[in-house]
Design a protein around this ligand. Structure first.
Ligand code: DC
Length: 235
């Protein structure tokens, strides 16, 4: 292939997995990266959150796996990437703001421990990302959903830094009453110690600790990894 025809070949659209704990900065980095690359940004956590909200609305217990699977099967959960951010629709209703509230955050962490709930979610997430050109973020994207992802990032940050970031976010939302630090620690513990697909860095993930980095610095590191990957493929 000569250089000219090489230039005319559009790069293959990559599948990029970004995993990590809450407050590490995954959402911001994933959406900024997707925008830059012209990719779709899919927040897998929003799907667990939508299911938790459905359980709350239907008065179902977060511990009742069989009912949760049925609710999931009958739910229409849509992730809609928009220029202003991602929208999440549950049965046609825009629940983007509601699913960020504290009861749903706790519920999402609790419904996600169930293997059959995860099975259903993982199958949907694979369908959504099947065409490539996607930056999917979550807890098990590099380990479970797309173990063959082209690039896997595990974005971490020290617990104190993550707690401070979450507290600042709550403050912006006007909710200063919450014990954000304790809730985050509890959620973290549950996500890391559950039996089914616990939060863990894939063996071939690049670990970035964002504690002392600005968003721009993290994004620059991730973009460099993407360019390396694209460059290696085009050689
Ligand atoms: O990323 P998030 O904070 O919106 O995720 C909410 C919860 O969903 C999180 O506590 C664990 C669960 N989750 C998961 O188990 N697997 C994923 N891929 C994404 C989220």
């Amino acid at each position: 292939m000569n250089d000219r025809s090489k230039e005319q070949q559009p790069s293959r659209k990559l599948t990029i997995a970004i995993d990590g704990p809450a407050g590490a900065g995954k959402s911001t980095i994933a959406s900024r990266l997707a925008r830059k690359l012209g990719y779709v940004n899919l927040e897998s956590g929003a799907m667990y959150r939508a299911l938790a909200l459905k359980a709350i609305d239907k008065d179902a217990s977060f511990d009742d796996e069989a009912t949760l699977v049925k609710l999931a099967q009958n739910a229409r959960i849509q992730l809609e990437p928009t220029i202003g951010g991602n929208r999440t629709l549950l049965d046609g209703r825009d629940v983007s703001a509601r699913i960020r509230e504290r009861d749903v955050s706790e519920g999402a962490s609790r419904v996600s421990i169930h293997p059959k709930v995860r099975e259903w979610m993982v199958a949907r997430q694979r369908e959504l990302g099947a065409g490539g050109g996607v930056v999917m973020e979550g807890r098990d994207i590099g380990t479970e959903v797309f173990p063959d992802a082209d690039l896997k990032i595990f974005l971490d940050a020290d617990p104190v830094v993550r707690e401070q970031r979450r507290m600042a976010q709550q403050k912006i939302k006007g909710d200063v009453s919450a014990n954000v630090a304790a809730e985050l620690r509890e959620r973290d513990h549950r996500d890391r110690t559950r039996a089914a697909s616990p939060l863990v860095a894939a063996k071939d993930a690049v670990v970035i600790n964002s504690s002392a980095l600005s968003e721009d610095e993290v994004l620059a590191q991730v973009e460099e990894l993407v360019q390396k990957k694209i460059g290696a493929e085009e050689k």
